[in-house]
Structures are given as structure tokens and as C-alpha cells.
Design a protein around this ligand. Structure first.
Ligand code: ATP
Ligand code: MG
Length: 335
């Protein structure tokens, strides 16, 4: 087990909090962008309901979980119980409907891991991915959104980490680095483990929200307004948390043995999950348990090349936050 001495934080770390907060504010989408997203969802629903009166569209992903930066694409899920036709045929029909509804660049990706239809709306300029019956993604969207309501520092941290990941090109799953969703999970887990804790473990509390998807039951405490002030005893500033986040992933996380688990609110062992060796394409070089699909390692996209890149970027970020005179600039310098 690696036991590295915790490095004392630079003495002026809190002085950078206002600048990091300003960066966060600049990334938050304006109200008019939110309004455009709702307008697009409404017009898509109208089009689709002409063909399938019982179908419903849900927003999910970062536009619905409050972790979306401005100008992101929106993620939409079509919920439909048409057992007559296959998913691929639904997608193709959906693409037809959208095409004749004057949407642009309509493309059905029927063979993707998550099959989707892509489109661009010329009225709002927003791009959108539509998937079919992916209700688990709607549930994890709610879970992330509920965590965000408990302590403002989660959104601040996640926006800055996402912005860093994008600037440094380590937010590209097709290149073997991590998804935005995985980064948000890493932030939640990190705040659950601060002492005093900044976030609770909602799945370990009495369930007030229960939902069944594909005959599996998911449950957690969702009355988060009752948890207002939960993290109040912890006074760490956003810059101190960022420093500690990158210190953790650069120097303290045990990549050989540990899995981070938001579901448990703790570290669990790779051994216990049988994630100790490569199975098929799943290499488990950095283990991030999906809070709902618990057999699913969000780090499985990472390979022996990208793990090196990722860890070097964590170290670079940690060192910048520790030593750089202008961390709020240097951290985001393009790769
Ligand atoms: P961005 O702002 O970068 O678009 P995002 O939160 O929308 O961020 P995406 O990676 O686009 O993240 O994923 C969209 C949604 O799809 C996530 O919020 C999550 O609900 C779901 N999702 C993405 N990747 C996974 C995954 N590996 N396992 C389960 N659900 C996932
Ligand atoms: Mg998205």
C-alpha cells in the first residue's frame, strides 16, 4: 500500500479562491441558453408525438443535472414502449421524422455503444443527441442533480475540473480518457471523503426515492432540501479543495487496489469487485464505480497509454496548484 506523506498546502492557497470562483461563474450557462434548450425540447416533443402519441422526451446529462457549461450539446432520451419494432428501426424512423421536421445534420448512429440520433436545430443553434429508453441515464442525472443541491462547492469544483479536463484534452473517451460524467462522480466521491464531510452518501440513507429500471430497483434519499447546510462545518475554499482533489489523484489514490464508490461513500477494493485483471477490453487501471450500474467501471475506457497521460496531467495540475504563481491561468493552458 502506498502511504505517502500528505504535503502541506501552500500558505496562500485561499487567495486564489475568488479567481477560481470567477472562472466558475463564467462557465455557467446564461438563463437565455436554458430557455432555448427548453424551447428545442418542446418543438422536438411536438414533432415526435405526431408519430408516437405516447412517447416522451426527457432531458438528461449535463443540461439536466446542473453540471452543464455554456454552449454544450443537449442529451435527450426518448421513452417509448413500442415492442413491435427494434431499437435500430425506431432510431431510423426517428431520424426520418426529424429530417422532415427541418432539423439539420440528422444522423442515426445505430451501431454506437449507446445508439443515438444526432441533430442540429437551426433555430436555436443547439446540437442534440437522442437515445432510446435509456432510463438509467435519466436516474443518474437526477442523482447528480440532487448532490449538486446539497453544497455549492460541488458544482464549483466539477465545473473547474471539467474545464481543466477539456483544456488538457483528457475528457475524450474515444481517446481513452474520462467522460464528463466520470469526472463529476470523482468530485462527489472526493467531497464525501473530506473531513468534516462536505457531501453525504445519499444511497446509504433512508430511501425516499425508489425507481425500477429493467427490473432492477434503485433507491436513495432525495429530500435534499433537508440536508441544507450539511457541509457547513467544513470551511475549505474552492482553491483548497481543487488542490486536495489533484493531490489525491496525483499522489494518494491507490491505483493498484482501490475503487472509488459514490454508492458506498467510501473506497472499496478491486478484489471485492473482481476488477483485479483485464477482462476483455476492461482493464480497470483507474476504477470508478458507476453509482447505479455497479458492475460498470467508468474507468474502463482507460488503457495503458492513456493512464500515463491521465496521471501526468493529475500531477501537473497538483504541482501547479502547489507552486505556480498564477495557477488560475496555468492550470487551463491548452495542451
Ligand atoms: P458534457 O457537459 O461534457 O456533455 P455530460 O454530463 O452530459 O457532460 P456525457 O459524457 O455527455 O456527460 O454523458 C451524458 C449523460 O449520459 C451523463 O450525464 C450520464 O447520465 C450518462 N452517461 C454518460 N456516460 C455514462 C457511462 N459510462 N455510464 C452510465 N451513464 C453514462
Ligand atoms: Mg452531454
Amino acid at each position: 500500500r502506498i502511504q505517502r506523506r500528505v504535503m502541506p498546502c501552500r500558505r496562500d492557497i485561499d487567495a486564489f479562491a475568488p479567481s477560481f470562483l470567477a472562472i466558475f461563474e463564467s462557465l455557467v450557462p446564461a438563463e437565455e441558453e436554458k430557455a432555448k434548450q427548453r424551447q428545442l425540447l418542446l418543438s422536438l416533443s411536438k414533432l415526435i408525438n405526431k408519430e408516437w402519441p405516447n412517447a416522451q422526451l426527457y432531458l438528461y446529462g449535463s443540461c439536466a443535472n446542473s453540471f452543464g457549461v455554456s454552449n454544450s450539446d443537449i442529451d435527450v432520451c426518448l421513452s417509448i414502449d413500442d415492442t413491435e419494432i427494434s431499437k435500430a428501426d425506431i432510431l431510423l424512423k426517428l431520424a426520418d421524422i426529424l429530417q422532415s421536421g427541418n432539423l439539420q445534420n440528422v444522423q442515426a448512429l445505430t451501431r454506437a455503444r449507446v445508439p443515438i440520433v444526432k441533430l442540429m436545430d437551426p433555430v436555436t443553434g443547439i446540437s442534440c443527441d437522442i437515445c432510446i429508453n435509456n432510463l438509467l441515464a435519466v436516474v443518474n442525472t437526477k442523482l447528480l442533480g440532487d448532490y449538486a443541491k446539497i453544497d455549492a462547492r460541488l458544482r464549483q469544483l466539477a465545473f473547474i475540473v471539467k474545464h481543466w479536463a477539456r483544456s488538457r484534452r483528457v475528457n475524450e473517451t474515444y481517446q481513452g480518457t474520462l467522460s464528463s460524467y466520470a469526472y463529476v462522480i470523482m468530485c462527489i466521491h472526493f467531497l464525501q471523503l473530506r473531513r468534516p464531510a462536505i457531501l453525504p452518501c445519499l444511497q446509504a440513507m433512508e430511501a425516499t426515492y425508489v425507481v425500477t429500471v429493467n427490473s432492477t430497483k434503485y433507491a436513495y434519499f432525495d429530500q435534499v432540501e433537508k440536508l441544507n447546510g450539511f457541509g457547513g462545518r467544513n470551511k475549505e475554499s474552492i482553491s483548497r479543495l481543487l488542490w486536495a482533489f489533484f493531490q489525491y489523484w496525483a499522489y494518494h489514490h491507490d491505483y493498484t487496489n482501490d475503487v472509488i464508490s459514490v454508492r458506498m461513500g467510501s473506497i472499496i477494493s478491486k478484489q471485492a469487485k473482481d476488477w483485479t485483471r483485464r477482462i476483455g477490453n476492461d482493464r480497470h487501471l483507474i476504477c470508478i464505480e458507476d453509482p447505479l450500474e455497479i458492475t460498470h467501471d467508468l474507468g474502463r475506457v482507460v488503457d495503458k497509454f492513456s493512464i500515463k497521460i491521465l496521471r501526468e496531467e493529475f500531477e501537473r495540475a497538483a504541482n501547479i496548484l502547489q507552486y505556480d504563481p498564477k495557477p488560475t491561468v496555468t492550470l487551463f493552458e491548452p495542451y
